[in-house]
Design a protein around this ligand. Structure first.
Ligand code: ARG
Length: 457
């Protein structure tokens, strides 16, 4: 491929180090698609005759079929990378004519074009998996739109919410991830082919038409930038990392809720494992792996950032490492999204226990303060009074609403029998009616809105 000016073949160890075919093999169909589009343009500028262009196109289709039939990357070919392999296969089939394909292009504009085509498919695939997970989360919210559960700050019981509200919090995060991916697509959607090695191609290629024929929105604008720009990969990877972080939070919530101490949920046998030593155990391995993989996926983003740092213009071989980072993160996130959907679909909430824990911990102390405010007591004093009520209840070893009226009236005379109505779990939830709150009425609306947003996407 480039032997002309060399006297010696590469050292075998160096060759192993340098070759990227095992990694970039997954670009093969994109490489062929880009090559077919390139051949059309070579024909348009008179480098290939109509007949040559047709034979090259047919040859590339044959190579595509052959590639499809291979179970694994053809490393035994000894070829350096996927671009070299495709060209080599073409020359095998067409002889001298095959050697015309690489006219006016470079592996630098080609690899970036292939990688962008792959990234476009990656975005679509991950968004589809995100949508499936979001649907599972919305279904969960449907089943439990008004069932109470405790919610936490600092992992201390804070206020009750509905299970539906909790589920939709994750749907909101995942919806943003999906939007972010769609947004990143605008930068992925540029075609670098025709930028050559770095200075642009010496043939008067219609790069707008070329971009269009590969389904890109536009050609990239500066050849020097385009030959080494990997912002599109960085951006997609940043979103994958953010999404993995969201999944790790979901995983952590459920791991905690599933613990014997919390007992709010029970994970299904389908996503848990037993212990080889302790027969009573049911371990949340699926969720722990999601939590662990988040570190791996987030690191891939750091890896690509560091790869790009201080690279002089334009292409440098460092960039060959870009694909391993994004491929791995994408594969891992794909699994995480699918496993998370399986977990969400199969996890059972212990509604009794959720209700009991939602009522415990004096989460309704704020309600008593608000009740007193409604009776004309200034909030600062009401807060103090509610605190004393918690104190009295703690001393009695019972919830506030289990104290007799006389006891409450000793705390403050403005407390009357109707106070018990505001102290119930239902009243606490129902009061959070402002937009975005946990009142069941709002949760029903939020769930419907989430579903129609998803359907629209
Ligand atoms: N395998 C290379 C990569 O993935 C292709 C580009 C090689 N270009 C070059 N000038 N060595 O980046």
């Amino acid at each position: 491929m480039w032997g002309g000016r060399f006297d010696e073949p590469p050292d075998a160890l160096f060759k192993r180090f340098n070759d990227s075919l095992p990694i970039d093999w997954r670009l093969v169909q994109h490489d062929i698609a880009a090559s077919i589009a390139w051949a059309q343009e070579l024909h348009a500028v008179g480098v290939l005759t109509e007949d040559e262009c047709q034979r090259i196109t047919a040859g590339l289709h044959e190579v595509a079929e052959h590639a499809e039939s291979l179970a694994k990357p053809p490393v035994e070919s000894g070829l350096e990378d996927v671009h070299t392999w495709v060209e080599h296969e073409l020359v095998q089939r067409l002889g001298e004519l095959g050697k015309k394909l690489h006219t006016g292009r470079s592996r630098n504009d080609l690899v970036s074009t292939d990688f962008r085509l792959w990234a476009r498919a990656c975005v679509a695939d991950r968004r589809r998996e995100l949508a499936q997970l979001r649907r599972a989360v919305i279904d969960l919210a449907d089943r439990h739109a008004h069932d109470p559960m405790p919610a936490y700050t600092h992992l201390q019981p804070a206020q009750p919410v509905t299970i539906g509200h909790w589920a939709l919090a994750y749907e909101a995060m995942l919806a943003r991830d999906s939007q972010r991916l769609a947004d990143a697509l605008h930068r992925v959607d540029e075609c670098p082919l025709g930028c050559g090695a770095l200075a642009g191609t010496a043939y008067d290629i219609d790069r707008h038409r070329l971009a269009q024929s590969l389904g890109f929105a536009r050609p990239s604008t500066n050849s020097l930038d385009a030959a080494s720009d990997r912002d599109f990969a960085l951006e997609v990877l940043a979103v994958l990392a953010a999404c993995a972080i969201h999944l790790s939070r979901l995983a952590e919530d459920l791991i905690i809720y599933n613990s014997a101490e919390f007992g709010l949920v029970e994970l299904s046998d389908k996503v848990t494992t037993g212990s080889s030593l302790m027969p009573q155990k049911k371990n949340p391995d699926g969720l722990e792996l999601i939590r662990g993989k988040a570190g791996r996926i987030a690191s891939a983003h750091g890896q690509l950032l560091m790869l790009l740092k201080a690279q002089p213009l334009a292409y440098n071989k460092d960039n060959q490492e870009d694909k391993a980072a994004l491929f791995d993160a994408s594969d891992e996130l794909s699994m995480c999204l699918r496993i998370a959907a399986l977990v969400v679909e199969t996890t059972k909430f212990d509604l009794e226990r959720c209700r009991e824990r939602a009522s415990a911990g004096y989460a309704n102390a704020t309600e008593l303060a608000d009740y007193l405010v409604a009776k004309g007591v200034p909030f600062r004093e009401a807060h103090e009074v509610a605190g004393r009520a918690v104190r009295a209840a703690l001393d009695a070893g019972r919830p506030i609403e289990a104290l007799p009226l006389e006891a409450l009236q000793r705390v403050h005379p403005a407390i009357e029998a109707d106070a018990y109505d505001v102290l119930t779990l239902e009243a606490t939830l129902a009061k959070r009616v402002a937009f975005g709150g946990t009142a069941p009425a709002r949760v029903y609306e939020a769930r419907a809105a989430a579903r129609s947003r998803l359907d629209a996407e």
